[in-house]
Structure formats: C-alpha cells, structure tokens
Design a protein around this ligand. Structure first.
Ligand code: GTP
Length: 419
C-alpha cells in the first residue's frame, strides 16, 4: 500500500489569533514541547510505514519553510515537500489545486491533517479502520466526543452507530447537533478529486466564492464534507485519545503540557531527568541540549526550554514555554507564561499568567471564544506572553499581560496589553 499525507499549514493571515508569537515565525513552526508544532504531525506520519511522502500545503513564502523542510527530511528520512498556494485557496482549494502532485505515483489514499490541531494522532489505527470498510470510503474523518456545549464550536458529525457511516455533517452549528466532532484529520480516497470536481461543476460560482479575507477559497468542511455526508461514502473513525486545537497563544501552553506527557510513554529520552549537578526537575520538562540551566534552578511541571536559553541560579519555572536565546536571570519566577525568543528577564522578577483551560474534565483547548476583554473593558485573565526581544527589568511583576516584540518594560504591569 502506498499513501501520502497532506498537512494544511495555512499562511500569514491564519496566525492572527496566535499573535504576538506568530509575528516572528510562521505559526506552524512555533515550538511546542521543544518541536515546531507541525513537526509533531510529521512525526506521526513518519511512524506510519505506508506513508511515503508528506506534502505541506500553505501560502507562506517558500523561503520561510525551506530550512524546516530540509531539517525534517534529514530527521525522518521520508520525502517531504512544501507546496505553496499563490493565495489562500481554502482547506479544500489547495488540495484540489495540487491534485496532480498528490495523485502522482498513484497513492491508494492520502491523509489530510489540519496543521493547527494537536494530539496523540492514532493514524495507523485510523488507516486500519479505513481499509477494513467493506463499502469504500471517499473520506474518513477522525472524530472525538465533545461536551454538548463545546460541540457547536466544531464540525459536528451524526453517524450510523453500527457502520460509522456519516449521515449528516454541520460545521459550527448554531444549535446542538451531535457530541461527535471533527478532529481535522482525514483519510481521502483519490476518487475524492472526481467527486470534488462534480461538486465544483454543479456550482459554477465556486471559484468566485469569497472567504472573510476576501479571497477565493473552497472549504473542505462546508463545501465538500456537507454534500458528501449522507451519500454512504463518508465514515467516521472515533478516538478517545488526547486531541485539541492550537488556535491561540494560550492554547500552546496546554498543548505543550500534553505533548510532554506523551513523551513519557513514547519518547522518554526527550524529557529532562534529575541528577547531581542538574537542576531540580518536577514532572515533565523539555530542555534543549544547547540550553544552560543552573543546577539550583527548579523547573516543572510542564516546561519547555528552547535552544541556547540561559536559566540562572534559583530560578523557578512552571507550566511555561521559554523560547530560544532567552535569558532568565537569577531567582526569577515564571508561571503560565510564554517568553519569546531573544528576551531577557531580570533577576528577582515574576512573570505570571492565569491558566485558561477551557474545561478540565473534557479539555478541548478551544479558548478562542474567551474574549480578550470583559464587559468592563478589562483584559480577561490569560496566560502572560512576551513577544520576542523583550527586556523585563529586575524586581518587577508582569501579571496576565501580553507584551509585543521589541519592548523594554520600564516597570510592573497587570492585566495589560503592552504595545
Ligand atoms: P476556525 O475556528 O475559524 O479557525 O476554523 P477551523 O478550526 O475549521 O480552521 P480552518 O478551517 O480555518 O483551518 C484548518 C487548518 O487549515 C489550519 O491549520 C489552517 O492553517 C489551514 N488552512 C486554512 N485555510 C487554508 C488555506 O487556504 N490553505 C491552506 N493550505 N491551509 C489552510
């Protein structure tokens, strides 16, 4: 069997809710648990022996992905290419536009993964389900259960409980339809291109559909899944493994925690350990091999420290992401915070955010719907985020604040966006 995988990575406009962290690096390359977000997808694809090529599809300028693609080919030893859309063509538009590249070599099927989801992707199990179906599936969707309240923020699936055929699909319905939601992971038969072509031809205005950004686009969910649902050619593969979306910078902390937790069972060598002359590690912590952490520092749980970062004596870090080339000086405390690249945090300073897990019992990280400001015009409590090249002086407190890149903070801040 020969398969391909397409990862939809979007483009510059797609990362706006991820600011200020996407101002310096394309959002799919933002490190979560020490790896660029989309490397987790590539790793999951590379673990499926039948996947022979991974195609990253997006509309970022090619040079922004070049080094990453080179590194990924070297790390995973499979074919990886970046296909650049000339503009945002939509989640199905890009796939249709590049159908010749996807179909070349006659793959039996191809995966499609949204680049902004994260999880313990059970791709092989999903493939086994897809290939075991007696009546062929044009598209198999990975689905998971959400609460009634959360479900309406996602694509909702009504299935035949016995056959898992999709009877009905609605994207972000205004009232409750089903607890079963679309995870943004699909297996498509190459025959889908014929069906998509028919859908296009039946709607001559298709290519002139405009999305919110005013560009022509075709959406996989509304334009393709909705008409295919109920025709007996779409199926859902149900999983109860960890899955979530990464839409906002805040959800990166949440995804970081879960990927670190996964390392515990799959990649223990990536997790820091305790030992003499080593910092104290609590729970799951990733430290890049080039980072310097003082042995008197205490890190964890759920902390990632990037390339060449320097963590001083007596520093305490919990539930945070410290990006590359950043220095945290002695005795500072960092909680629920993302510290951007090349930043400096002075001694005895406290950076603190408020965790915003949407629902600890059924934790989908759909925190995008929490408005930035509350009814009194105040910033809602959030994690603290420092953009890149920010300098925080010694002995201040930065609480629940978002700091844009290249800022020298003069004093303490609480619940503010510092522009
Ligand atoms: P929102 O909640 O509105 O963000 O909708 P959604 O969760 O359904 O996300 P959306 O369909 O916009 O995007 C899903 C994934 O596809 C994300 O990883 C996007 O970056 C990616 N994506 C979205 N639009 C495009 C596009 O035009 N081209 C490509 N290649 N990728 C896209």
């Amino acid at each position: 069997m020969m398969l391909k995988a397409v990862i939809l990575i979007g483009g510059p406009q797609k990362g706006t809710r991820f600011r200020p962290l996407s101002l310096d690096v394309p959002k799919p390359l933002f490190p979560v648990a020490g790896l660029p977000m989309v490397q987790h997808h590539i790793e999951a694809c590379a673990a499926v022996p039948d996947i022979r090529e991974v195609l990253l599809l997006g509309y970022f300028p090619a040079q922004q992905l070049h080094q990453f693609v080179t590194d990924m080919i070297a790390a995973y030893k499979i074919r990886i290419r970046y296909l650049q859309e000339y503009q945002a063509l939509g989640t199905a538009g890009g796939i249709y536009h590049f159908r010749d590249q996807i179909s070349s070599g006659n793959p039996d099927a191809f995966f499609v993964l949204n680049g902004d989801v994260c999880g313990d992707f059970p791709l092989q199990e999903m493939l086994d389900f897809h290939t075991s179906l007696t009546s062929p599936s044009l598209i198999t969707i990975m689905g998971t259960e959400a609460t009634r309240h959360q479900s309406t923020m996602y694509g909702c699936i009504v299935e035949d409980k016995e056959t898992h055929q999709i009877l009905h699909y609605v994207e972000k319905p205004s009232t409750f339809v089903s607890n079963l939601i679309n995870c943004g992971v699909y297996i498509c038969s190459p025959d889908i291109f014929k069906r998509v072509g028919e859908i296009f031809n039946s709607r001559p205005d298709f290519y002139s559909l405009e999305d919110e950004e005013g560009t022509e686009s075709i959406r996989l969910e509304q334009d393709i899944l909705m008409p295919i649902a109920g025709t007996g050619q779409a199926y859902v593969y149900n999983t109860d493994r960890w899955w979530s979306q990464i839409k906002t910078a805040g959800s990166a902390i949440y995804a970081n925690r879960h990927y670190l937790q996964l390392y515990r069972t799959t990649k223990t060598d990536r997790l820091a350990t305790n030992g003499s002359d080593k910092p104290t590690i609590i729970g799951d912590v990733y430290i890049h091999p080039s980072a310097t952490v003082d042995p008197s520092a205490m890190l964890g749980p759920n902390v990632s420290v990037g390339k060449n970062a320097v963590i001083g004596a007596g520093v305490r870090i919990r539930e945070s992401i410290i990006l590359g080339n950043t220095t945290i000086q002695e005795h500072s405390c960092v909680l629920y915070t993302v510290v951007g690249w090349n930043s400096t945090v002075g001694a005895w300073t406290r950076l603190e955010g408020t965790p915003c897990d949407p629902n600890p019992n059924k934790p989908f990280a759909k925190m995008d719907n929490v408005p930035l400001f509350n009814n009194d015009g105040k910033l809602n409590p959030s994690i603290t985020i420092l953009g890149c090249n920010v300098t925080v002086p010694a002995e201040v407190i930065v609480l629940n604040s978002i700091v844009l890149p290249y800022k020298d903070l003069p004093h303490s801040y609480k619940n503010e966006i510092i522009l």
